[in-house]
Design a protein around this ligand. Structure first.
Ligand code: XLS
Ligand code: NI
Ligand code: NI
Length: 436
């Protein structure tokens, strides 16, 4: 019933290994830039895709073979699933997982029953955490699947839905605290709109701000000290999600006085949907002191939706690791595989191949990024590009010694700015390629 039981734990065997169930690059104890790979990544498995994904799509029925899962909504099934999930994570060698309240336990006939179901499954999760040492990266509440959330949760036009969502997040925070979670994520499931004709945008944003303040207050009240995170996404399920990208989220957090309590959980496929690269989203968030955690996946350039594929592109992970190394890493965040196997990859072993590949792709990205940094050429070239700011006029401006008056007289006197130098984009790209 548990197909992972008979499989050997996945081990690092090096790049020459022919064993598909081995790591060629992810070597948890290997130290890169003063930190083990284990601590750089803090890899995490998501419960929803890995253990609740059915393979159903808008055109067809579920395909996943999950012999431990009887497909029912019973508590026993939910508890058995937890045991299998932990045995999977143990064999894979990840140190963290993440879940929504409704992934791990079935929704009951009312909130009281749902909370009791959650408690019954959390007991098993706790036992498994103790048995394996696997920790909770972050918890969250599913505020988007149930029909009550059709118009959103904190931004619903229906005040009692706001209240229900508050009650659900209250419980999810308690459970996250109980399981020792390092963080708590707010992804704005249906917090957005389909048409502005029927939407009071200002009122909805005010409600969202109020809701998040209630969460901050409740966390303080119960002593939850984990990191709060907002996960940007521009569209899907609504046409326009309020938390559309890093910049929009940071603006919202500042406007509603929440910036001290939140960081961002950035997801690669969401960045693509927003018309950004993941490197842009990470760089922007980090520059604002808001880089919290990463939902690691990738989209498909030919498809315009959240395909949530496992990352296999070494350029992508190299770029991500360049940003992370420069800004000093992710903890208490992690690299959380918010990714699902394709509908056609329906055997349990595909889950292992997918995660092993994702972890190795990140490990290669880390080693390449560290090599680029050790070489120093790229950094030197960037420094060179900004040299006009390192002395003379540039440093005077940076130090605040000038205003429009003084700059205007200076340029009137000189007549023209200094000549520009080439941006050398192709050379920068060639230097990166020396290491990939
Ligand atoms: C959906 C989001 C979701 C969050 C958690 O697109 O990625 O899975 O990570 O609610
Ligand atoms: Ni996500
Ligand atoms: Ni997503």
């Amino acid at each position: 019933m548990n197909p992972f039981e008979s499989i050997d734990a996945i081990r690092y065997e090096g790049p020459e290994s022919k064993n598909p169930l081995s790591f060629r690059w992810y070597n948890p104890d290997e130290v890169v830039e003063g930190k083990t790979m284990r601590d750089h990544f803090r890899f995490s498995v998501v419960y929803w895709h890995a253990f609740r994904g059915t393979g159903a799509d808008p055109f067809g029925a579920p395909t996943m073979q999950r012999p431990w899962d009887d497909g029912s909504n019973s508590l026993e099934n939910a508890q058995r699933r937890v045991r299998v999930a932990f045995s999977f994570m143990e064999k894979l060698g990840v140190n963290f997982f993440a879940f929504h309240d409704r992934d791990i336990a079935p929704e009951g006939k009312d909130l009281k029953e749902s909370n009791a179901n959650l408690d019954a499954v959390v007991r098993v999760v706790k036992e498994e955490q103790q048995r394996t040492g696997i920790r909770l990266l972050w918890g969250t509440a599913n505020l988007f699947s149930h029909p009550r959330y059709v118009h959103g949760a904190a931004t619903s036009c229906n005040a009692s839905v706001f209240a229900y969502a508050a009650a659900q997040v209250k419980k999810a925070l308690e459970v996250t605290l109980e399981l020792g979670g390092d963080g708590y994520v707010f992804w704005g499931g249906r917090e957005g709109y389909q048409t502005l004709y029927n939407t009071n945008l200002k009122r909805e944003l005010d409600h969202l701000g109020q809701f998040l303040h209630m969460a901050v207050d409740y966390a303080k009240a119960i002593g939850f000290e984990g990191q709060f995170l907002i996960e940007p996404k521009p569209k899907e399920p609504t046409k326009h999600q309020y938390d559309s990208d890093a910049a929009a989220c940071i603006n919202f957090l500042r406007a509603y006085d929440l910036i001290d309590y939140f960081k961002l959980n950035l997801e690669t496929n969401h960045a693509t949907l927003a018309g950004h690269s993941m490197m842009h989203e990470m760089e922007y968030a980090a520059a604002q002191g808001c880089l919290g955690s990463v939902d690691a996946n990738t989209g498909d350039e030919l498809l315009g939706w959240d395909t949530d594929q496992f990352p296999t592109n070494i350029y992508l992970t190299t770029q991500m690791m360049l940003v992370l190394l420069r800004y000093g890493g992710l903890a208490p965040g992690g690299v959380n595989f918010d990714a699902k196997v394709r509908r056609e990859s329906f055997e349990p072993i595909d889950l292992l191949h997918a995660h092993v590949g994702g972890m190795d792709t990140f490990a290669r990205g880390l080693k390449i990024a560290a090599a680029i940094r050790a070489d120093g050429r790229l950094e030197q070239m960037v420094k060179q590009r900004y040299q006009s700011w390192d002395g003379g006029l540039g440093s005077e401006i940076e130090k605040g010694k000038h205003d429009f008056q003084s700059l205007a007289s200076l340029i009137l006197e000189r007549g023209e700015a200094d000549a520009n130098e080439s941006g050398r984009q192709e050379l920068f790209e060639n230097v990166v390629n020396l290491f990939v």
